[in-house]
Design a protein around this ligand. Structure first.
Ligand SMILES: Cc1ncc(COP(=O)(O)OP(=O)(O)O)c(N)n1
Ligand code: 3NM
Ligand code: MG
Length: 213
């Protein structure tokens, strides 16, 4: 069994679809210090632009001590020297990614609403298991839905659990109480009127839940 890399606890920030690299950097720079992990996810960028953006984000993440993962494309993560990759059901084989990236890389897996998928991902070398969507998501309106009960059951795998999908500072408590170590967020931070205040508000949820238990 692969010894899972530590991924911390708190806010797991995913980048917005931003094609202007300078603007992407500025938006991320404002909030990345409040994140435990950053995922480069940009459905509007491929090829050279995606590579340029990962390479631009990497020094910022290193400076702030925040691991940078690449969504969908472990080869891009490897080429840029990022800290890992996140793969969903259409993004290739987890075991092949683990073999190519090595034991030190952080490898995340989308499990949607499926415990069997989570079991397979854990056996294939995932460092964390992501479930969702927990709430209606403006980013992914057609996402399958998951429940807090599923998260409780997923504790059996002994890996860090990520909750994603429509998570706001107001509803995050429900998934954190159910066992989420990280809440993965795009619009709750990047579409907020004050992204820094929003990022800080997620932190308070973790603190409150810890104090209550
Ligand atoms: C942390 C995290 N969880 C889930 C996803 C979704 O991955 P996927 O199903 O491959 O969908 P896309 O993000 O590629 O649209 C994720 N990216 N990150
Ligand atoms: C990228 C993604 N994956 C999901 C899943 O359920 O697997 S939900 C989702 C969208 C996350 O964005 P927001 O925080 O804006 O809802
Ligand atoms: Mg994907």
């Amino acid at each position: 069994m692969h010894p899972a890399r530590s991924v911390g606890r708190g806010l797991y920030l995913l980048t917005p679809d931003e094609t202007d690299t300078g603007r992407l950097l500025a938006r991320v720079e404002a909030v990345v210090g409040h994140a435990a992990l950053l995922q480069y996810r940009n459905k509007a960028a491929q090829g050279a632009l995606a590579r340029e953006q990962v390479s631009a984000l990497l020094p910022l993440c290193r400076e702030r001590g925040v691991p940078l993962l690449v969504n969908d494309d472990w080869r891009l993560a490897l080429a840029c020297g990022a800290d890992g990759a996140h793969l969903g059901e259409d993004d290739g084989d987890l075991r092949a990614a683990r073999d190519a990236l090595g034991a030190d890389a952080i490898l995340g897996a989308s499990c949607y609403d499926s415990l069997p998928r989570a079991r397979a991902a854990a056996a294939s070398g995932a460092d964390y298991l992501a479930f969702g969507a927990f709430f209606p998501s403006s980013t992914k309106p057609l996402a399958r839905r998951a429940t807090p009960e599923l998260l409780r059951e997923a504790r059996q795998f002994g890996l860090p659990l990520v909750a994603i999908g429509g998570i706001t500072p107001d509803n995050a408590g429900m998934v954190v109480e159910a066992g989420a170590d990280l809440v993965a967020v795009i619009s709750g931070v990047f579409d907020a009127p004050d992204p820094v205040a929003a990022a800080q508000a997620y932190h308070r949820t973790f603190r409150k839940t810890q104090e209550a238990n």
